[in-house]
Design a protein around this ligand. Sequence first.
Ligand SMILES: CSC[C@H]1O[C@H](OP(=O)(O)O)[C@H](O)[C@@H]1O
Ligand SMILES: Nc1ncnc2[nH]cnc12
Length: 306
Amino acid sequence: MAELPTKYPDPVKIAVIGGTGIQALPGFTPIATVNPLTPWGYPSSPISILTHNNTPIAFLSRHGLHHQYAPHEVPNQANIAALRSLGVRCVIAFSAVGSLQEEIKPRDFVVPDQVFDRTKGIRPFTFFEKGVVGHVGFADPFDAKIAKLISECGHALAGEGVKMHDQGTLVCMEGPQFSTRFESSYYRSLGCSVINMSALPEAKLAREAEIAYQMICMATDYDCWHSTEDVDVAMVMGHMKANGENAKRLVGAVLDALTREENGELVDGRHLGGSTTGMIKFMTKGEARGEVGKKNIEFLFPGVWE
Ligand SMILES: CSC[C@H]1O[C@H](OP(=O)(O)O)[C@H](O)[C@@H]1O
Ligand SMILES: Nc1ncnc2[nH]cnc12
């Protein structure tokens, strides 16, 4: 097979981040493979550029092409910065999650609208440091407009066995060990819906980078609160594999919708435009800004300091 180009000249606005069990997007035509170096290093995998409805789509494997990065090792800053540098303004991120509610059955999909941050502060979690301070709103950590579109796609596939839950609170724990039974019951008592180890800081960094971001969760287990078996890796992988066709159908439908002209503004992330670049200029005063911090932000937002 001919080698694919390692550069792609045009902006790629839409990206899919694949999680556990989704290291590639089969069925889409690859047209390039790029590996942008960012101030935070290289992304967790080279980024495939695929076409769908004549629109380029970037695909990045969160844990690397061979699942070599543990959740706390994923280079989230490099991942989001690399996508941003390609022109990405809209991310659909897949995640395998444990279900904390009886009605969310293994293989069901959930479009979460809230997050409970149970990471431990050991993962690099912001672009705003090293002499450039910034604070973005994160009251609604996901993108309601993309969520609505994904929900509609999921419900339209109900006849093909896709079960979609339109909202839910996602616990993002540190891992890599799974939760204790007490923790699992505690999250349930708070009304949380699902649990993973990957939503954060990915979603926070996307918000800082003015990228519209929505996670699609697929339940793979009932964690350890349920009277059935406790979660283990084989269970997660088994459900991911068995439901691969549904995941593929759902991605196809979502990308069909996102590449429709009427969703152009959403895909451009127009509703987030300026939320970071406007804000950072108010914070650290010009002469006090650190050179490294400034350069980093310049990578995300070329020309921002001019
Ligand atoms: C293999 S079970 C735990 C692992 O699965 C999820 O990965 P991802 O969110 O990338 O699909 C979870 O977050 C953990 O990283
Ligand atoms: N039970 C669980 N806890 C955390 N992350 C998960 N990913 C899949 N199942 C999970």
